[in-house]
Ligand binder design. Sequence first.
Ligand SMILES: [Zn+2]
Length: 274
Amino acid sequence: MNDRIVALLQCPVCQSSMTVTEDGKVCRCRGIKTHCFDFARSGHLHLAGPHAGEGDGKEAILARRAFLDAGYYASLSDTINEILDFLPSKTVLDAGCGEGYYTNRMADCRDVLGIDLSRAGVEYAARRAKQLQTRAGFAVASLFSMPVQTASVDAVVNLFAPCAEEEFSRVTKVGGYLVLVGAGERHLMGLKRALYEHPYTNEGRADLPSKMKLVEQQRLQTEITVEGQEMIEALFSMTPYYWRTSDADRAKLKCLERLSTELDFDIFVFRKDF
Ligand SMILES: [Zn+2]
């Protein structure tokens, strides 16, 4: 984790700013009573409070990692990077970074702090940042109570994760941005057609910010062909349908070796003007 990312952090216990000890092994706060947090071997920090709950487990993270690393969502990642290129985005917070696929791709040319409640996700993301030598740093924490200083980041990115508007707004500088992505109405229709007799289109995100100002909206539509049982299953496991599909419908996917499906992403850019 580089110094510029450490400078964004605040102590989850007393909210003081943080610094790294000389040996580089511990992040400690500058509060009256010092709180210390060890860097994990992969280089990330565990800054979640005791009641933060748990994020995605290892199995879900491994499936996402396999699917995303195969490049099926590269068009979304590229579009997010292009949007960030146009915004003031020297320091970015990826809120709900998961296994860090998008985060590390954003962090080639800017400092990005990735936060997620999933330990397995953050650990993999941090390991990948080391391997690829990106400018990303990672911490385990809840999106609703982030160990990040007030008005410290140029932009927050939120891909499919819950929108904690108040907290995102708190950490963003005045004049900074929130880039939010949700599933568009035809997202994964091919997958749904394979599963269900009467597939419905998606409804838009119900949790869009109400206080920040919408300054741009775009729709990214494309089509992919997913190859192989394992990849199809990995995609399925990333969706909300995974938990609400009957065994009979599930079985239909097992016979597929290839699946073509639309991708449809709604991308929103909000600005914090207050
Ligand atoms: Zn402290």
